[in-house]
Design a protein around this ligand. Structure first.
Ligand SMILES: N[C@@H](CCC(=O)N[C@@H](CS)C(=O)NCC(=O)O)C(=O)O
Length: 216
């Protein structure tokens, strides 16, 4: 199976980690923003990463791809079957893809993507407002929701944790440090999930890449 994308995208990183936790081999083919690669364009009609090609089957969108992989290879189960747990898992996936990304994406785009990848200035005021005003309510909510087990749903790893913890790598790349005094659960939670081998390799590669790419 081919996955088009870059793990700098939290959506791509989510699929890479999800597949790794299931033991599914993905051939990650690097894609940049607005990439004209025809196979990628065929798999992702609106040009967004990630996109999957499995033989003659193509699919875009990280959540759709995770659902596809889960149906294709049910073990180990990462999207619970019990109705409430499943609903909560989809809630967290959605929370991360919409609310969390709407905030974190402003920091990552303006502090990293624009200056480091696109060679132009980002809007640092937008990034700063996101960090100071938009991030705290999201973190306050997450801090209130993390159970003692360290997993958001069913006290075991699910798509919820993969979706929610992954973007903390983007926050780190954007220079955001989680205050362990204010957010002790989040600090431990994000560090623990991102230390899993399913995330650690990609995140280490991203960090090493950023160290080599100069600021604009
Ligand atoms: N809901 C989609 C979002 C995908 C997405 O927005 N990806 C971004 C990168 S983080 C992208 O490809 N942006 C390129 C563009 O909008 O042209 C998913 O879960 O995969």
């Amino acid at each position: 199976m081919i996955l088009f994308g870059s793990t700098f995208s939290p959506f791509v990183r989510k699929v890479v980690a999800f597949a790794a936790e299931k033991g599914i081999d993905l051939d990650l083919q690097p894609i940049t923003l607005n990439d004209p690669n025809p196979d990628f364009r065929a798999a992702s009609p609106f040009g967004k990463m990630p996109a999957l090609k499995d033989g003659d089957f193509m699919l875009a969108d990280s959540s759709a791809i995770c659902q596809y992989l889960e149906a294709k290879q049910p073990d180990p189960n990462l999207i619970p079957l019990e109705p409430r747990a499943r609903g909560r898992t989809i809630w967290w996936d959605e929370w991360s893809d919409t609310l969390f990304f709407a905030c974190g994406g402003k920091m990552f785009f303006n502090r990293v993507v624009a200056p480091r990848f696109l060679g132009r200035d980002g809007d640092l005021a937008v990034a700063d407002t996101a960090e100071c005003d938009e991030l705290p309510p999201l973190l306050d909510y997450l801090e209130s929701q993390i159970p003692k087990s360290g997993f958001l749903v069913e006290d075991r790893l699910t798509l919820a944790d993969i979706a929610v913890a992954g973007p903390f790598a983007n926050l780190a790349h954007s220079g955001v440090r989680i205050d362990g005094n204010r957010y002790p659960k989040i600090a431990a939670y994000a560090a623990g999930i991102l230390a899993r081998p399913s995330f650690a390799t990609a995140v280490a590669r991203e960090t090493a890449f950023l160290e080599r790419v100069p600021q604009a």
